[in-house]
Design a protein around this ligand. Structure first.
Ligand code: MF3
Ligand code: CO
Length: 270
């Protein structure tokens, strides 16, 4: 069942999404070689709680941390660890909050030093594909239009692997609501989009093949070929002519560019 939000509810959800963006901006400011992902996770949990919200991932289906921190070949749901980040790593940071009962959930991938031109292109193209998907999140369209746009740009145009096992989702008072939002599919297929539907659109794109596996911890999803994977996620509200993006990458991108430990040279502004 799809739950449409009133304008007032969308404004509540914008606050939740923007708290995630604010938390992500903090992360962008401190990322550097030598930092552990466990210390990042603690910072994320503290920051969210300091803002009258709770980290929604913690205890969700038994998930044991505040955030998902996925390094290199980890696609999503990476556990924070005592391992230090090093020059040339990429890290996908996925953060969720509940603020006043409403969920915000979005993700961003950073490069700690130069991971190489191929990986930087993967980061650029995955982010582009997110916006191409968002362009299709308009009333009268279908879920398949979003899915197709993402798959076209990543798989067809660049030969990347589009993960099939994990999908985006509706968002609201629950983290996962209908409909599912796959990153692959046919134009004109799937659920019809109407105004007030809030979606978390989240391409998970592999440099190599699309195949993934889940580790014995029951969570950590890795690429089978060991090549890196990138994840970007925005929360958007379907509107008549143009989706309303509730989360905000602007402050994150500013902090990213201002942090000399993060590699941004080959990234184009979107
Ligand atoms: N962004 C992820 C999702 O949409 C976050 C879920 S991680 C979990 O599913 F730990 F909370 F499950
Ligand atoms: Co999500």
């Amino acid at each position: 069942m799809m739950i449409y939000k009133t304008d007032e509810q969308v404004e509540m959800m914008r606050k939740s999404a923007l708290l995630v963006s604010k938390t992500m901006t903090e992360v962008a400011g401190v990322l550097k070689p030598g930092i552990t992902t466990l210390s990042l996770d603690k910072m994320i949990g503290d920051f969210i709680r300091d803002h009258q919200a709770v980290p929604s991932f913690l205890n969700y289906n038994g998930y044991p941390f505040n955030s998902c921190l996925s390094v290199n070949d980890v696609v999503v749901h990476g556990f924070p660890t005592k391992n230090e980040l090093k020059e040339g790593d990429i890290i996908s940071v996925d953060i969720g909050v509940i603020l006043n009962g409403w969920h915000g959930d979005h993700a961003y991938t950073f490069a700690i030093g130069d991971p190489g031109a191929d990986v930087m292109q993967l980061i650029q193209v995955t982010k582009e594909s997110l916006y191409k998907g968002i362009e299709k999140a308009v009333a009268g369209g279908r879920i398949g239009d979003i899915a197709f746009a993402i798959q076209e740009h990543t798989e067809k145009k660049h030969g990347y692997g589009v993960v099939r096992e994990l999908v985006g989702h509706g968002l609201g008072k629950n983290m996962h609501e209908d409909p599912q939002v796959p990153n692959y599919g046919k134009r004109g297929s799937g659920a019809k989009l109407n105004e007030g539907l809030v979606l978390a659109i989240e391409p998970m794109i592999n440099l190599g093949k699309r195949d993934v596996y889940t580790e014995d911890d029951g969570w950590t999803v890795r690429t089978k070929d060991g090549k890196p994977s990138v994840h970007f996620e925005h929360d958007v509200c379907v509107r008549k002519t143009k989706a309303d993006i509730l989360s905000n990458y602007k402050p994150i991108e500013e902090a990213e560019r201002a942090n000399p430990n993060l590699f941004t040279k080959s990234l184009q502004q979107l």
